[in-house]
Design a protein around this ligand. Structure first.
Ligand SMILES: Cc1cc2nc3c(=O)[nH]c(=O)nc-3n(C[C@H](O)[C@H](O)[C@H](O)COP(=O)(O)O)c2cc1C
Length: 260
């Protein structure tokens, strides 16, 4: 049964819905109206509904009330470039929690990130209590000490410095089903959306590489994070309010690029 319904009173037969469909699941019928083909591999991306200038399409998998009006104006590229270039990994945070509403807003942006075939399989773990964040660092350090990795970090930990999560008040981890082939990529993209949305709100962010790595190999840390069975932790961010501001943007390697 077709999931896409066409209001023939409204449809102007412009065909944009057919043209933008990524899985070629729509075709024009003899009268020129779009219809879902019998061989449909619709990925429920919503493009057909979103591109229709005459509001003629609905998709049974996508409630009409959940579509947002598309922005008409592009942001100033110079401002965006400047924003991206000025992003820094922040490792010193004020001793203040991040409001739950802010974290919810960030996750809401992250769910808009592209996912392979629009699969949207990500699961998020949010830790917004500084003491629990510290306990995650402690569990990570237990593994480091036992495995003989990161000697300098262990030494600094013993001196009272948390080099894993840097005293951050909140951590957000992105997971995907372990058997899902694009989990790593989908998580990294969604975390990047989240990171930039957090920066735009004036928060400081740093990727939690140690925590991510150890969560993949140390069962007690996986348990502390309450990772659901069958899921892999593919990345995470620590975040909080900036303690310091940067005056300069550090240089980077020249590009290695070939034009073919
Ligand atoms: C996948 C990934 C994992 C990272 N893990 C950590 C980490 O565990 N701890 C940390 O302090 N920084 C971590 N970083 C931050 C990098 O060290 C940082 O991006 C790099 O030094 C460049 O600095 P910038 O982000 O300010 O440009 C990570 C970055 C990435 C992309």
């Amino acid at each position: 049964m077709s999931r896409i319904a066409v209001d023939k009173e409204l449809c102007k037969k412009e065909g944009a819905c057919v043209a933008v469909c990524p899985s070629r699941s729509l075709a024009l019928d003899e009268e020129g109206f779009p219809e879902e083909s019998g061989e449909s591999h619709c990925i429920v991306c919503g493009h057909c509904v979103a591109v229709c200038a005459c509001d003629a399409l609905t998709h049974s998998g996508l409630p009409s009330g959940e579509f947002l009006p598309a922005a008409k104006e592009l942001p100033d590229p110079a401002k965006i470039d400047n924003f991206l270039i000025n992003r820094r990994s922040v490792r010193e945070f004020k001793d203040r929690p991040v409001a739950r509403e802010t974290l919810e807003d960030l996750l809401d942006i992250a769910r808009r990130a592209p996912t392979a075939s629009n699969s949207q399989k990500l699961h998020w773990i949010v830790v917004d209590d500084g003491a629990k964040v510290h306990a995650l660092s402690a569990e990570t350090m237990k593994w480091m000490r036992a495995s003989g990795t990161g000697e300098a970090m262990v030494e600094r930990w013993d001196q009272g410095y948390d080099g894993v999560l840097r005293g951050a008040p909140a951590v957000i981890m992105a997971c995907a089903p372990a058997i899902y082939a694009w989990g790593k990529q989908d998580c990294a993209i969604a975390l990047t959306f989240l990171e930039l949305a957090a920066e735009a709100r004036g928060l400081g962010v740093c990727w939690a590489g140690y925590l991510t790595h150890v969560a993949g190999i140390h069962a007690p840390l996986r348990e502390a994070l309450c990772v659901p069975d069958g899921y892999a932790v593919h990345g995470g961010l620590m975040l909080g309010e900036h303690k310091y501001t940067y005056k300069l943007v550090p240089p980077r390697n020249l590009l290695s690029v070939q034009w073919v």
